[in-house]
Design a binder for this molecule. Structure first.
Ligand code: NAP
Length: 286
């Protein structure tokens, strides 16, 4: 087909404020090139005060959809005409896309979190161990939703602001889920098989997560959702005492797969060393 006869490319992107740090364009454009899909993926810096207008303008533009990052996830939920059950469970969207004349809000964070967890830790381990979630924001809600679907028998939530952990636990009426005070965080991980950092602590520019993992089960796992830096102080501490680790990059890739399918109509290619590409990209950043 000549270049002139090619159909108009599908355009998608990521929006946030700020957004320049996002790895999504690197990831999606890598998949677009590898699969020779006729599309483009870019980034849009959208100030929260303009977000509603920006989302609604999608209806008038040839943009298929957007990934939504901090701090616009709740605003995307508000702007959507309809939300999917996964978005409804979390009350925030990490994707907003067009379907006919409607804007649909969706969330792939539960799926993105659970994929690497099941693949690496395994269902059986989760069913036999206590899990501790650090954080009480949107990511923590996705983690909680996924763990409940998997059937984790005991879940403890700790958060810097105690009341937010208590609210999150109170919203879900199961006795094996409870919040513990931030001041008791080191005791909260005692004997736990899996600790998940779903807080922003340890992210580039933030202080490391102040949590002593020493008393965790010796065969335990630590899953850090933070991926900048790739190797967080929490993951380093975990490895040093013999715990196994999962980095936030695995979740980033897993949550992006269903977005690619929604925006470009096909599954992204598997394999091809996409994780290694992202690691190399991150290492080259100042
Ligand atoms: P959010 O809704 O803004 O929540 C932030 C959470 O982090 C809150 O619970 C906050 O506690 C806590 N926090 C912030 N700074 C802290 C510190 N210095 N010490 C302890 N706790 C701190 O953000 P989110 O959307 O849940 O995202 C949380 C993290 O997950 C971010 O780092 C984000 O990049 C990461 N994430 C990764 C992926 C992935 O694909 N890998 C996907 C989604 C999110 P307070 O309640 O006390 O403020």
């Amino acid at each position: 087909m000549s270049r002139l006869n090619r159909p108009i490319a599908k355009i998608a992107g990521v929006c946030g404020w700020p957004v320049h740090h996002s790895l999504s364009p690197v990831l999606h454009n890598y998949w677009l090139r590898a699969s020779q899909t006729n599309g483009a993926y870019t980034m849009f810096a959208v100030h929260p005060s303009e977000a509603d207008y920006a989302f609604k303008s999608l209806k008038k533009m040839t943009i298929t959809g957007l990934n939504v990052t901090i701090p616009l996830k709740a605003l995307a939920y508000e702007a959507a005409d309809d939300v999917t059950p996964d978005a409804q469970k979390l009350g925030v969207c990490n994707i907003i896309y067009k379907s006919g004349d409607k804007l649909i809000g969706h969330n792939t964070d539960m799926e993105g979190f659970a994929g690497p967890l099941i693949e690496q830790v395994g269902h059986r381990f989760i069913l036999n161990n206590t899990v501790v979630i650090v954080g009480a924001g949107g990511a923590a809600r996705a983690v909680l939703g996924a763990l409940m679907e998997v059937g984790a028998p005991e879940i403890i939530i700790i958060n810097r602001t105690d009341s937010r952990a208590e609210d999150l636990a109170a919203n879900v009426n199961i006795p094996s889920l409870y919040a513990l005070p931030w001041a008791e965080r080191d005791q909260a991980v005692y004997g736990a098989g899996l600790v998940i950092n779903a807080s922003a602590a340890g992210m580039k520019g933030n202080a490391p997560l102040d949590l002593d993992l020493e008393s965790m089960a010796p065969d335990g796992w630590v899953y850090d959702l933070v991926y900048t830096p790739l190797d967080t102080p929490l993951l380093k501490q975990a490895r040093k005492i013999g715990l196994k680790t999962i980095s936030g990059l695995d979740m980033l890739i897993a949550q992006a797969r269903p977005s690619f399918k929604l925006f470009f109509g096909e599954h992204p290619p598997r394999g091809l060393g996409v994780k290694e590409k992202l690691i190399a990209y991150l290492k080259a950043q100042p």
